[in-house]
Design a protein around this ligand. Structure first.
Ligand code: NAP
Ligand code: GLV
Length: 306
């Protein structure tokens, strides 16, 4: 068996070592042009040339949950595309989103500013029932986030393409129920994949349908959000704030208004990081299953885009 590794933003050494430990008999190398034919590719942001030179690939393993960038490339039709399935990301996403919701709900940013200025202040406690949180996308990450938010007794709404029954979550499905979902939510958490159906989904009309004083948390992809529409709704006062982890251009350009807007908190695409050992274990398990001719979970539906 031959595995090629191509990940442009990480040191390949520990990945190769982990995969070689899992498959001591296999030939496992960093991809370079002219490399011998491989059975499997383990990739993040690979060049088109890799797939042009490796049409025989059986499996392409994406070292991340989102496959939007990968699906922009021409992939060998014989290969299945497999994305990471949690692999330690779901609990990180739950931590990140809960801290964002709680930080807003408890006025912790205002308290921090007051303390820095030497002011001893007190804000009126908010009613939890006035802060229904809507989670867009109830997949591996969204379902975990919805579950975590319930631990803090926020009312939780969830929206997905197909019906989902999650305990304690008020479910909304498809385009027909999208407006009702938004109108029932004050805080909006985006955990959709980026597909032709979901690009620009956070816009003037949709964000304007949130309850007044809305708060937006985008942890999925920057291209879900129409930046100018968010800024206009923040400046009009309809939205109270936003927590953004992902951007149309990353790194976020130095002159982008999100850096300095007083109602926006940004983080540098760090809400749920790929964890190396968990990811290697998952990918190795799936490659071993494919070698035995068994089915594997979380094969991407390329036509659907996730
Ligand atoms: P997933 O398991 O594929 O879940 C996607 C969810 O979105 C599913 O519930 C799906 O509905 C729903 N959905 C898709 N298209 C829809 C549409 N048109 N209308 C309504 N619902 C739709 O994905 P995941 O593992 O949870 O990851 C979600 C995304 O998070 C990734 O694609 C990636 O972009 C992002 N992410 C970001 C970070 C970060 O660090 N910021 C880290 C990891 C992932 P069905 O259940 O009905 O199919
Ligand atoms: C990160 O953004 C991922 O998709 O895993």
């Amino acid at each position: 068996m031959n595995i090629t590794f191509c990940c442009t933003n990480t040191d390949p050494g520990p990945w190769l070592a982990g995969l070689r430990t899992a498959f001591p008999q296999a030939d496992i190398t960093v991809w370079q042009s002219g490399a011998p034919p491989a059975d499997y590719a383990v990739v993040w942001a690979p060049p088109q040339q890799l797939f042009d030179e490796q049409p025989q690939l059986r499996g392409i393993f994406n070292i991340g949950a989102g496959v939007d960038a990968l699906l922009k490339l021409r992939l060998p039709p014989s290969a299945v595309v497999v994305r990471l399935e949690d692999a330690g990301m779901a609990v990180q996403m739950a931590e990140y989103v809960c801290q964002g919701v709680i930080r807003h709900f408890r006025d912790l940013t205002a308290y921090a500013e007051d303390v820095r200025a030497g002011r001893w202040t007190s804000y009126t406690p908010r009613q939890r029932s006035d802060f229904p949180v809507g989670v867009m996308g109830l997949g591996v990450l969204g379902a975990r986030v919805a579950q975590a938010l319930q631990q803090f007794e926020f009312p939780v709404n969830g929206w997905s393409r197909t019906p989902k029954r999650l305990p304690g979550v008020r479910g909304f499905t498809g385009a027909a129920q999208f407006h009702d979902f938004l109108a029932s939510s004050r805080v909006l958490v985006n955990l959709l994949p980026l597909t032709p159906d979901t690009a620009n989904i956070l816009n003037q009309e949709t964000l304007g349908s949130l309850q007044p004083g809305g708060y937006v948390i985008n942890v999925a992809r920057g291209a879900h959000l129409v930046d100018e529409d968010l800024l206009a709704l923040l400046d009009s006062g309809h939205l109270a704030g936003a927590l953004l982890d992902v951007f149309r251009t990353e790194p976020l350009p130095a002159d982008h208004p999100f850096w300095r807007h007083p109602k926006i908190t940004i983080t540098p695409h760090t809400s749920a990081r790929t964890l190396r050992s968990e990811s290697i274990a998952q990918i190795a398990g799936k490659i071993a299953a494919m070698q035995r001719g068994e089915a594997v979970t979380r094969i991407v539906d390329v036509g659907r885009g996730y």
